[in-house]
Design a protein. Structure first.
Length: 312
């Protein structure tokens, strides 16, 4: 398939009734003149409310989404297992000081005294907080429960509490719950309410030396505040699959995140898997897209419709 120029892409979008597997981008959205449906390639519609290149300036959700003129369907529930395992892998690497071992190995010299005692955890009996108990969050809870951890969570829905979770609080309880957790895993969609939710004030409420893992959209964490919390020791470590305002593969070499202590980053690979298409979610993605295309053509109700006011 030939690579389209931005101008060619805009001309095609202007004449399109539907967009399949397209990230919701405000500039593309504005170029669409006949659009009725977008099959989103992720969960949230954050891109519809911000300009290209992940700008930090949020704008209002387009009225076409709010009034239902344009419908967005998403991929909620897909890719949950690799994302959850990635979060647990980061947690265990940080908790056992493996990130320090890797740095020592690269220098060709190991030093056992270089790993602080506080970085050699046993996870059984520790408390993990899942922020956002959706598909990813429930998988994280299951894995953490299997390690013998006490799992607590926040969730804005009224879904029944899974057996793997000891307590589920409302989002408003987050400032109190973070102080009870040794590990906080962010699995919440990026919305106006969650953007930059984890900042200096929230880090101050966390246990000193606790771990923060983010496999969500990235914008939930204020990067500058995270670096400061790591340097001060308020946070014992952090794992990021996405950074704010962009993922690590787009960061400049001089970005403070690269030199922050006790920080592991991955370039938006938490959802990837190599065993099969099904493991990586590719097969499920196209099953959903094809089924929704059939429903759209037949005039049937679409699957996994996004609530534009909620943002996912």
């Amino acid at each position: 398939m030939a690579v389209r120029t931005p101008e060619e892409k805009k001309r095609e979008i202007a004449d399109a009734d539907a967009l399949l597997r397209m990230p919701c981008n405000r500039e593309d959205f504005a170029a669409a003149k006949k659009l009725h449906w977008i099959q989103q390639g992720s969960v949230t519609i954050a891109g519809c409310s911000e300009a290209a290149e992940h700008t930090k300036v949020r704008q209002e959700v387009p009225q076409q989404l709010l009034d239902g003129t344009v419908v967005i369907t998403n991929l909620q529930g897909v890719l949950t297992r690799p994302l959850a395992e990635h979060a647990i892998a980061m947690m265990m690497a940080l908790g056992r000081g493996l990130d320090i071992n890797v740095l020592q190995q690269a220098k060709g010299r190991f030093d056992k005294t270089g790993i602080p005692p506080g970085r050699l955890w046993v996870f059984e009996g520790r408390t993990l907080l899942v922020v956002g108990l959706g598909g990813i969050g429930r998988q994280v809870a299951q894995l953490a429960h299997g390690l013998g951890m006490t799992v607590i969570a926040t969730d804005r829905s009224d879904r029944p509490k899974p057996d793997t979770v000891n307590y589920v609080g409302r989002p408003g309880e987050l400032p109190d719950l973070v102080g009870k957790a040794d590990v906080v895993v962010l699995a919440v969609p990026l919305t106006p309410e969650t953007q930059h939710l984890f900042n200096t004030a929230m880090f101050a409420r966390m246990k000193r030396g606790s771990l923060l893992i983010n496999v969500a959209s990235g914008g939930e964490v204020v990067s500058e505040d995270l670096v400061a919390a790591l340097k001060s020791g308020q946070l014992g470590g952090a794992g990021l699959d996405l950074a704010d305002p962009a993922n690590p593969s787009r960061l400049e070499p001089s970005d403070p995140l690269f030199s922050a202590p006790n920080l592991i980053m991955s370039p938006e690979t938490a959802s990837h898997a190599v065993d099969t298409d099904a493991a990586s979610g590719g097969e499920d993605m196209w099953i959903i897209a094809r089924e929704n295309l059939r429903r759209y053509i037949d005039g049937d109700k679409l699957y996994s419709v996004v609530d534009a006011k909620r943002g996912y």
